[in-house]
Write a protein that binds this ligand. Sequence first.
Ligand SMILES: N[C@@H](CCC(=O)N[C@@H](CS)C(=O)NCC(=O)O)C(=O)O
Length: 198
Amino acid sequence: MTIRIFGDSISGNCLKVKFVCDLLRIAYQWEEVDILKGESRTAAFLATNPAGQVPVVLLSDGRALAQSNAIMLYLAEGSSLIPGDAFARAKMVEWLFWEQYSHEPYIAVARFQVMYQQKPVTELEPRLIERGNAALARLQTALRGRTFLVGSELTLADISLVAYTRMAHQGGFDLAAYEDVQAWVRRVESTLGLAAIA
Ligand SMILES: N[C@@H](CCC(=O)N[C@@H](CS)C(=O)NCC(=O)O)C(=O)O
């Protein structure tokens, strides 16, 4: 039996997991959970993930694992997406924590409010825009002269961070102001076989 990924296709956090499976050719069954309809809060769903969030994966032995970056770490174990060198691996994990605390809460939330709650960009909380741009600026500095975030190959750090960075314009952020980030997004998308989001 293959793993089941419970995810909403509109969510970058869920797509991260899909990208890893597709790249590593891990067989999975995608179970669409419409968060806008409250499907992540039903009793049945809460039995799988009491946190009421997607993504969550159900392994063939019945164990469930939530949190996008934890799921990616589990699925990519032993692959080139996780550096063998201890320091490089820790650097990758450093980016994963940063993504969840300093990038996703601003970029993804701004996008959600604009795309799915129809909030005009001009009415977004200024803090979302300021912190989102600060995150993009940090990425820009980190990526100057580099191909990927850690070492010279694609790692989970790139997959985690590209998930919402490639959607940032949908939340009112202008990636043209961050040239190296824009080029990196295209590079990671191409490595993952993804088309750019209009
Ligand atoms: N830190 C979690 C965040 C998960 C999360 O916020 N999921 C959202 C979709 S992106 C969700 O399930 N929202 C529905 C809800 O909270 O009811 C992760 O990386 O997986």
